[in-house]
Design a protein around this ligand. Sequence first.
Ligand code: SF4
Length: 329
Amino acid sequence: MSLPTVAAKPAAPRINPLQRIWLREIGMERLWMRPAPAAARPVVVPQAPVSKPVSVPDAMPAVVVQDTAPLPVAPAPAPAAPPTVAGAVPVAETAVASRRANGRPGIPASILNRTGPPPRPEPKAAEDDVVEAPRIPVAEAVKNANLDELREQVVACTACGLCDGRRHAVFGQGATPTRWLVVGEAPGEQEDRQGHPFVGRSGQLLDAMLAAVGMSRETDVFITNVIKCRPPGNRNPKPEEIAACSPYLMRQIALLKPERILVLGRFAAQTLLGTDATIGSLRGRVHSLKTDEGAEIPVIVSYHPAYLLRSPSEKARAWQDLKLASRMV
Ligand code: SF4
């Protein structure tokens, strides 16, 4: 009796490299490559190699894996490490270390464990802490000064802001002892450059006017200003600048003891006479200045030479003022 013919089982398909790639693509490769748990691992009879079917998801065709040694699988590339700076601690490591130290991510232990108020920043080195010498008021400093000492005080004076922009403090120039004291307003640009009062065209006109009544700055006249330093842009001096500077003029008057004072220009006249009257109402008559020593000095008001240069028609009035002053000699 012949045995019934049994249809031969179709040979189980093997996994070839192409299939392995495909399995890797769909994420199933590890299922094949990972060893099955012991309990679930089928017992393999050590017989001739027998292919066994393995169930796979419905969407996948059944494949058969032989109990043969798995093909070597190239290890997956490690994720690229971020670039690091020498000596720098990566942020992730810092956070981990912080978490290890205090259990709260992102807060350094030095802050979390701190008690008391946060430390104050170190005070900045005090570059501007320049200790200034105490200032002596001008009126106090000039009290006992002679003319040379007074000149030195003016040259070094910083009693008001005008010292910042000056080239020269203009003390005054002329004969000592003197007969007339001529007082102007403040140094202009040329006076500031040269350090002398009434230079340039104004100075030449003044010299000519004085010469017309027989006077000169070399032998008879001392010339100075109410303000000794040039105001910026030739602006009018401020009240505080006048207050700071006027003790120098008063000391000059006390030391020079002039026979009379010729005041040139509105500003100088108003300052010296302590009035806000116009120059037109002040000129043409004799005023009087009482000194601290009790002396009374005649004062004549006239136009400033710079004004006469701009308004030549006023020169006739200036000439009358000079004649008034000279008649009193
Ligand atoms: Fe001193 Fe008179 Fe000059 Fe002012 S203007 S800095 S008070 S000299």
